[in-house]
Structures are given as C-alpha cells and as structure tokens.
Design a protein around this ligand. Structure first.
Ligand code: CP
Ligand code: NVA
Length: 302
C-alpha cells in the first residue's frame, strides 16, 4: 500500500490490517503507552474545504506518533492562485513525508500521487471519503464484534460517504443496502462492482433498505460545495430521514452512525441522534485511531 486514494484500491486484508493496528493504537493511547513511530516525519494537510474532525484528528495523530503536521489552506498556497497540482506535488514531495488532501475532484488526489514521490491520503473528495469509512468499520467491529452476517444500510444522498461505505462494506463481506431518491444514487461504476462482488441493493424505498439492518448510516443532504441546492435538496430528500418511525424496522440492537457534521431534523432527528450519540461520537473518536494506523502504514519505516 503506497497511498490511500480510495478504499477500492485496498485489498480486504489491507483494510483488516489497518483496523487491527487501529485497535492496538487505540488501546495503547487509552493506556498511556507512547511510541514514536513517526519521529521526524512531517505531514502536509491541504484543505480546499472546511473540516473539524479530519483536520484535528490528523494533526493530533501526527503529534501523538512523534511527528508534525502542517495545515495548508489552499487559499494560502500558490495552488489557490493557479499553480498546477503536478508542480505542487513535485515541490512538496521534496519537503514533506506525506500529504493528506481534502478537495473537490478525485483527479487532483490522483495527480498528487502520480506526480509526487510521497504517500498521498484522501481526506475527502466529492466521490470518496476513505478515512471516514475506516473509522466507521472500526466502530462497527467494536459494537458488533465481527463483520459476519451484518446488514449495513445507508439512507440519504448517494455521495462520497455512501460510495466509500459501499466499498468498505462489500470488501469486508457485509450486505449493503442503500436508500436514496432517484437521480441521487451512488456512483454507477461502484454499484455495478458491488453487485458483482457481494450482496448489494440500491432502492428508493427507505423501509426496504432499513429492514433488519444492523447498522443504519446517514449523512447530510447537502455536501460541501452544494450549498446553493439547499432548498431543492431539502424537498427531494424529505422522505429520507432517519427517525424513530423508520428505526423500528431495523434490528432492535441496530447502531446508528453519522460521519458528522449532522443537520438535526433534516437527515436525522434529534431524538435518534441523541439516542445513538454514544456510537456516533465513538465513531468520531475512531477517526484519530484509524488515521494513525494509516499514517504508520504509509509513513512508517517498516
Ligand atoms: N466527518 C468529517 O470528515 O468531518 P470534518 O468535515 O469535520 O472533517
Ligand atoms: N458528504 C459530506 C461529508 C462531510 C464530512 C460532505 O462532503 O460535505
């Protein structure tokens, strides 16, 4: 594994190895066991979009591993004034040991990897959010002990998070069911791959997707960059809400995940959010541990 550009590039074994290392690092973190796997290493973090969890968890993660992280807002970089990404990649590769980038187009992440000589980590694009799903898989295993026989459901927009959730779920042998309005389905190529490689359905019926689900996942109806579609999307997605009524159709012990930030009374009600806040904030915490595992794998010496 040289980069983390999207989950599809990883084998199932590589994903499980990251999750196992994340569990170990979490245990060590909780028990105050320190190590310096990344002493002397520097991670550049390029942000073209806002972030709370990704920025802070990567920065703290590097610090805890004995390294350093640099926050690089694209507004302040020459990139923001039109310097080509392929030049940025070749320059930053000479200073840094790795780059995490949050941007719009997946091609920019690919270009960094193609032109640079250091590991590149996708911190969210319009089409994928692999770091989020690694933390989610870690959380699912903590709550359910194993992935075997689980049904994952996602209700809402077939966005970056939904795309990566499909890949993570299918790669680890789970059933994945998506409910979204027509015209807002996840990536078509990914859907085809999911059907060919596991148990996958995509429907416009919430009750069908959530039936007997072990994990219920949702995300905002308007992703970053779609703010101008707010009113239209609120209308289109109004039936795709995770609320107490639809939760009755999931398994009794179903957990609810949300990548955050959450918009109460839009994709999820305050009632369901607070009833499942333990899972949701454990999921947020696991961003730190899962990403530390990714950093050790990509930037570590062994
Ligand atoms: N879930 C997530 O990626 O959060 P941020 O946008 O705050 O980084
Ligand atoms: N789908 C959301 C995820 C935020 C973490 C977005 O792209 O804005």
């Amino acid at each position: 594994m040289k980069h983390l550009l999207k989950l599809k590039d990883l084998t199932s074994d590589e994903i499980v190895e990251i999750l196992n290392l994340a569990d170990k690092l979490k245990y060590e973190n909780i028990n105050g066991i320190k190590h310096n796997h990344l002493e002397g290493k520097t991670l550049g973090m390029i942000f073209q979009k806002s972030s709370t969890r990704t920025r802070v968890s990567f920065e703290v993660g590097m610090y805890q591993l004995g390294g350093k992280a640099l926050f690089l807002s694209s507004k302040d970089l020459q990139m923001g004034r039109g310097e080509p990404i392929k030049d940025t990649a070749r320059v930053l590769s000479r200073y840094l040991d790795g780059i995490m980038i949050r941007t719009f187009d997946q091609q920019e992440v690919q270009d960094l990897a193609d032109y640079g000589t250091i590991p590149i980590i996708n911190g969210l694009t319009d089409s994928a959010h692999p770091c989020q799903i690694l933390a989610d898989l870690m959380t699912i295993r903590e709550y359910k002990q194993s992935f075997k026989g689980l049904k994952l459901c996602f209700i809402g927009d077939g966005n970056n998070v939904a795309n990566s959730y499909i890949v993570g779920g299918i790669k680890l042998g789970m059933e994945v069911a998506i409910a979204c309005p027509k015209g807002y389905e996840p990536d078509e190529v990914l859907q085809k791959w999911a059907r060919e490689n596991g148990s996958f359905t995509c429907t416009d019926s919430v009750s069908e997707a959530i039936k007997d689900a072990d994990v219920v996942y949702t995300d905002v109806w308007m992703s970053m960059g779609q703010e101008q579609e707010r009113e239209k999307r609120k209308r289109i997605f109004s039936k795709y809400q995770v609320n107490a009524r639809v939760m009755k159709l999931a398994k009794k012990d179903a957990i609810v995940l949300h990548c955050l930030p959450a918009h109460r009374e839009e994709e999820i009600t305050e009632e369901v959010f607070e009833a499942h806040s333990d899972e949701i904030f454990q999921e947020a915490e696991n961003r730190l541990h899962a990403q530390k595992a990714v950093l050790v794998k990509l930037l570590g010496n062994n």
